[in-house]
Design a protein around this ligand. Structure first.
Ligand SMILES: Cc1cc2nc3c(=O)[nH]c(=O)nc-3n(C[C@H](O)[C@H](O)[C@H](O)COP(=O)(O)OP(=O)(O)OC[C@H]3O[C@@H](n4cnc5c(N)ncnc54)[C@H](O)[C@@H]3O)c2cc1C
Length: 465
């Protein structure tokens, strides 16, 4: 539908809703909201609004709905598929001021919070009460819980604890026309009507604006230990991953880094890692409530790795050593970004097929004359494939990239995989969605979008082309 521009009267109305200080139209003020972490894409909104309450969000949405103005919700702006980019201008709705933790219920083991709370801040707050909120995207220091809900964020601990959707029990959601819908409850069982909570989780800000979140919590496991295991070949490393789970060990993280990934991360961090030239490394964390069990599990995984001809198993029992290893793993994304323009793919396949995916990616990149660096969450089959421009000309990059990505995604789907495990489709992955979904599946999704947002004003042209 044709969108209307934001005129001075609309800006005045927004100011009366949110207050003068929280409505911006000047270019320097809007600059931080014109991009996220997706490649080098930049789109300026016409106005940025920073409401403080659900009622203010409702008022903004009603105003936009009445005037046919597109609205793009935004959390921390760390998205990797361009979901928070205001590609049609309009209103950029930043939820950063809605950042209060409202309740940590240590008896019912639930937390209630506003969506602008930074994920790490929430984790630290619940940990101070002896509780645990496991989902831990590597961006946890700067992404918001609202953004995590919208993207159904994952992270290393998904290997044992699942992704954001597994921890969300209730939401307050402002609909595109300004209605407030309260989904779910604080009950562990609830089949009272459709499960709207899970419809909104992972909907990438296209169906409603999340203004309050209720999460389940668990008791914080007191013991945590880490292993770094170097392997001469990817086959040995990834066979070890399959065997770890088959034997019933349940690591709280099982991460994979290929040689190039660990080397760029080491260079950025200035750290040292044993056998940094090995073809593949696994970073494995085991947590639990019984120290002997944690240590014995770690030992058993180390022995299993040696059966699979690991080059070396390094145990990090002390928090300082563990932090160094995790800093290297978490640095992979930023380190790759620092060496080249890149496009990150977020493929997920059944765990047993990761090795076929990795070797396939090597063959495809060679055939298409492109370079890729891979790392990711091997425990749940989710591998980040970073395709680098390096010194390629713009012409070659634009020519070769789509074919390379298409071939990779076709391989992913042929292995029973999906084209995004945790970063979403957003703006940049839209052309590839038909590789993974049939036209009937796409139609049903479009019908849901049309039913909840008939004017197509909320985060338009995301997910679908
Ligand atoms: C270095 C780095 C590491 C990362 N590691 C991981 C990782 O390990 N796992 C992982 O899953 N992701 C990871 N990401 C991606 C990103 O951090 C996640 O997608 C995160 O959930 C985005 O949160 P955000 O607050 O930054 O959201 P934004 O980028 O601001 O927005 C993301 C989407 O959510 C929507 N949205 C935001 N807030 C709301 C709301 N209140 N209501 C409705 N919609 C909303 C936006 O419209 C947009 O579509 C990483 C990113 C970086 C830069």
């Amino acid at each position: 539908m044709p969108y209307k521009p934001v005129d001075s009267e609309t800006v005045a109305a927004l100011r009366s809703v949110c207050g003068d200080a929280y409505v911006m139209t000047d270019r320097p003020g809007m600059e931080p909201f014109s991009h996220d972490y997706t490649e080098d894409l930049v789109f300026y909104p016409e106005v940025v609004v920073r409401p403080r309450t659900t009622a203010e969000v409702q008022a903004v949405m009603r105003l936009a709905y009445a005037r046919d103005i597109p609205v793009t919700p935004r959390g921390g702006g760390t998205g990797l598929s361009g979901g928070a980019l205001p590609i049609h201008g309009g209103i950029l709705l930043s939820i950063d001021r809605m950042n209060a933790i409202l309740e940590i219920d240590t008896e019912n083991m639930m937390g209630v919070l506003e969506p602008g709370v930074i994920t790490q801040v929430y984790q630290e707050a619940v940990e101070a009460q002896g509780l645990f909120y496991p989902p831990d995207p590597a961006s946890k220091g700067s992404c918001t819980m609202g953004g995590n809900v919208a993207e159904c964020a994952g992270g290393p601990r998904a290997a044992k604890y699942g992704v954001t959707r597994d921890w969300i029990y209730a939401l307050d959601v402002v609909m595109p026309d300004g209605r407030l819908v309260r989904t779910g409850s604080q009950c562990l069982k609830d089949v009272t009507g459709y499960n709207l909570t899970q419809l909104f989780v992972g909907s990438e800000g296209t169906l409603g604006v999340v203004t309050q979140i209720t999460t389940r919590l668990m008791t914080l496991p007191p013991f945590r230990q880490t292993l770094l295991i170097a392997f001469a070949t990817m086959e040995q490393a990834l066979a070890t991953v399959v065997e770890i789970f088959r034997r019933g060990y349940q690591p709280s993280a099982c991460e994979f880094m290929e040689r190039a990934a660990i080397q760029v991360a080491i260079a950025q961090k200035g750290a040292k890692v044993p056998h940094a030239d090995a073809e593949a490394q696994l970073l494995i964390e085991v947590d639990g409530f019984d120290l002997d069990l944690v240590e014995n599990t770690l030992l058993a995984i180390g022995e299993l790795a040696m059966e699979n001809e690991a080059v070396e198993v390094t145990v990090a029992q002390q928090p300082g050593q563990q932090k160094t290893l995790w800093d290297i793993r978490r640095a992979c994304g930023e380190a790759v970004k620092s060496i080249s323009i890149y496009k990150e793919e977020d493929a997920v396949v059944p765990r047993k097929h990761i090795v076929t995916l990795m070797r396939g990616v090597q063959a495809i990149t060679k055939e298409h004359g492109i370079t890729a660096i891979c790392y990711g969450h091997a425990g749940d089959g989710n591998i980040h494939i970073n395709i680098l421009k390096m010194d390629m000309t713009d012409h070659d990059w634009n020519e070769r990239l789509p074919g390379g990505i298409t071939a990779i995604f076709e391989l992913v789907v042929s292995l029973g995989g999906r084209i995004s495990g945790e970063h979403g489709i957003g703006y940049t992955q839209r052309p590839y969605l038909p590789i993974a979904l049939s036209s009937d599946e796409l139609d049903v999704m479009r019908q849901i979008k049309a039913a909840l947002d008939p004017k197509g004003l909320l985060n338009p042209d995301k997910i679908f082309i």
